[in-house]
Design a binder for this molecule. Sequence first.
Ligand SMILES: Cc1cc2nc3c(=O)[nH]c(=O)nc-3n(C[C@H](O)[C@H](O)[C@H](O)COP(=O)(O)OP(=O)(O)OC[C@H]3O[C@@H](n4cnc5c(N)ncnc54)[C@H](O)[C@@H]3O)c2cc1C
Length: 415
Amino acid sequence: MQRYSSIRLLREALRGHSGWEQAWNTPDPRPQYDYIIIGAGGHGLATAYYLGKNHAISNVAILEKGWLGGGNTGRNTTIIRSNYLHDESVAIYEKSRQLYESMSEDLNMNVMFSPRGVLTLAQNHHEVHCLMRIAGSNFRQGIDTEFITPSRISEICPSICIDGPRYPVRGALWHPQGGTARHDAVAWGYARACSAMGMHVIEDCEVTGILQSESRVTGVTTTRGAIHCNKLGIVAAGYTGKLAEMAGFELPIESVSLQALVSEPVKPFLDVVVMANTVHGYVSQSDKGELVIGGGTDGYNNFSQRGSFTHIEESISALVEMFPMISRLRILRQWGGIVDMTADRSPIISKTPVKNLYVDCGWGTGGFKAIPGSGWAMAELMVNDAPGLLAAPFDLQRFSQGRFVDERVAAGVAH
Ligand SMILES: Cc1cc2nc3c(=O)[nH]c(=O)nc-3n(C[C@H](O)[C@H](O)[C@H](O)COP(=O)(O)OP(=O)(O)OC[C@H]3O[C@@H](n4cnc5c(N)ncnc54)[C@H](O)[C@@H]3O)c2cc1C
C-alpha cells in the first residue's frame, strides 16, 4: 500500500497528482472466502480490518449493495463520545473512542478526529437528575465527564442562550474527550487498509439470499452470483432485519429513518458539539463552517433515505431556542439514513440460530462513535465463535432473558 505522507503530498502536487495509486482494489468476487461480511459501512469494514489486524485472517470479502460508506456511515452527524450510563456500554464505547484517537496513524489516513468536547444540555429538572447520575457513573467508570453549571456552559460555549424562551439551560454534562471525525475518511481508511491486507471490498454486490446446509451457513447468493464462505457476518444496520429474514430468523430491531441537515457555511463560532435532548436537536460546526444538525427519528418504521420538511422545522425550532443567532441561516441539504433500533437502545453483537452466522447491528442512532470498538468485538466473536468481554453483554439472549443494557431509560437519546 502506498503510504500517505507530507513528502508524498508535496511530490504529487508538483507532478499534477498523476502518481496516486487506487486507494482500494475493485475485484470480481471469488467463488469462496473464509469470511464474508455483508455491508461495507464502518462496522463491516472495521470487522474485516480487525479480522486481519488482530487475528491474521485475510481471506475475507466485504460485500456492499451500493457504494462504500453509502449507508449510515456516510450520513451521520459524527458525534463521538463514551459517556453512557451502564458499565457494559462504557466499556465498548470508550474502547472505541480510544481507538479513534490513534485511528489516523493506524490507518495512515487522516480521519480528522477532533476531540473538541461534547456538551449535553439539561433543560428540565428530570434531565438534571439523569445527567448528574451519568456523571456519577462515569466518575466511577473512569470516564472524563462532569456535570457543569450554566455559568460554566457560557464560558465553554458563549453563543448558547442560557435563558431560552421555553426551556432555560439548567446545567450540562461536559465530556471534553468527545468530539467528531470525518465519516467518509473512516470508511475509506478501513477499506484501503483491508484492501492492502489482500481482502476484497466488493461494491455493487447485493446479497439476495443466505445459503445453509443443516442449519450451518455455507454462503450467500448475490446480484453477482453465489459466493461461498465458512463464516458470515451480517453488518448491515437498518437492513439487518431483511437479511435475518433471508436466513430464517427474526431480530428484535425496528428500522426507521433518522434525518440530518447542514446549513450554509459561516465563520467559526461553535467549537464544541452541543446536544439538547429536551428540545431535541444537536449541532456541531464542520471545518468548512457548515452547521451539522440532527434531530429525532421518524415516528414510524420506514426505509426512506430522504429528508422531510417536518424534520427541518422541528430541528431548527429546537436549535434556534439555544442559538437565536442562527435563525436566518440557509439550509443547504438534508437526508436520511435507516437506523436499526433495539428496545434498550444498545447493540446486538451475537451468534444467531444459524451456525457460523453472526450479527452486529442495533447501533441505531449512535453507532458511528462505536465503529472501531464494534469491529474489534465482532472480529473476536467470529473467530472464536464466542464473544469476548466487549461483546458478551450484547448477545441476542438478553432480550428473552430480560438482561437489558438500558441506555434508552438512561438518556432517552443515543446519538
Ligand atoms: C442522520 C444520522 C445521524 C447520526 N448521527 C450519529 C452521530 O452523531 N453519532 C453516532 O455515533 N452515530 C450516529 N448515527 C448512527 C450511525 O450512523 C450508525 O449507527 C452507523 O453508521 C452504522 O454503521 P454500519 O456500518 O452498521 O451501517 P451502514 O453504514 O448503514 O452500513 C451498512 C451497509 O450495508 C449495506 N447493505 C444493506 N443490505 C445489504 C445487502 N443485502 N447486501 C449487501 N450490502 C447491504 C448498506 O448498503 C450499507 O452500506 C447517525 C445516523 C444517521 C442516519
